[in-house]
Design a protein around this ligand. Structure first.
Ligand SMILES: Nc1ncnc2c1ncn2[C@@H]1O[C@H](COP(=O)(O)OP(=O)(O)OP(=O)(O)O)[C@@H](O)[C@H]1O
Length: 193
């Protein structure tokens, strides 16, 4: 007998392949087809100045945004912030936007988490909050980085190997088909309201 359909959908793939775009298109499509569902979460997007990438920001699905990381920040407190490449990570800003979105609430029908990556994992509260979502019975669509040299960053392997997880690896040739597959999968999983 076939098992229960996966409730935790993880989208992975190389940088720039279209993970955020896929997740946001699925979100928009679900919002149109299932207007009464409560979908919570956040995504991350680049911040560009004069064509140059200068950082990333966190955007909640209800449209609030704040910094995630920047190459331009120079405030005194930022001296102690963790860095990824040339970017300083504003953990407090991430936490203030993302953590409330990951609270388990009965009325939530779907969580969207873009992404569980190196920057987000500098927050010691972030991964436990993601695990609570994964271990709840609420469906989740999340993005995770592709393993480097065959290795996941710490923590991400726990998501990938979680019972009930399905991992979708994107490339430019399959991303449109994957979007359809994920939308259809979630449509079957979500309540009909
Ligand atoms: N299906 C698609 N068709 C055409 N262009 C796309 C598609 N998906 C993504 N793109 C384009 O590719 C670029 C990168 O997309 P996106 O930011 O979604 O990638 P990502 O995998 O989330 O990147 P990162 O790893 O940096 O977070 C964007 O300019 C986006 O418009």
């Amino acid at each position: 007998m076939a098992g229960a359909p996966s409730r935790c959908l993880f989208v992975t793939g190389p940088p720039g392949v279209g993970k955020t775009t896929l997740v946001m298109r699925v979100f928009e499509a679900l919002r149109a087809s299932h207007p009464n569902l409560t979908i919570r979460g956040f995504y991350t997007r680049e911040v560009r100045e004069s064509g140059e990438r200068v950082g990333f920001e966190v955007v909640t699905l209800d449209g609030r945004s704040g910094p995630l990381a920047s190459s331009k920040v120079s405030s005194p407190e930022s001296v102690r912030w963790p860095t990824v490449g040339k970017y300083k990570v504003d953990v407090a800003s991430l936490e203030s936007l993302a953590l409330p979105e990951l609270q388990i609430q009965e009325e939530t029908d779907l969580f969207i988490i873009d992404e569980v990556g190196k920057m987000e994992l500098f927050s010691s509260a972030f991964f436990p909050a993601v695990m609570r979502v994964i271990e709840s019975n609420i469906p989740v669509l999340a993005t995770i980085p592709i393993p480097r040299n065959g290795r996941d960053i710490p923590g991400v392997a726990r998501l990938r190997n979680h019972p009930g997880a399905a991992v979708f690896t994107l490339n430019t040739g399959n991303r449109d088909m994957m979007r359809e597959t994920i939308y259809n999968h979630l449509s079957c999983l979500l309540p009909k309201r």
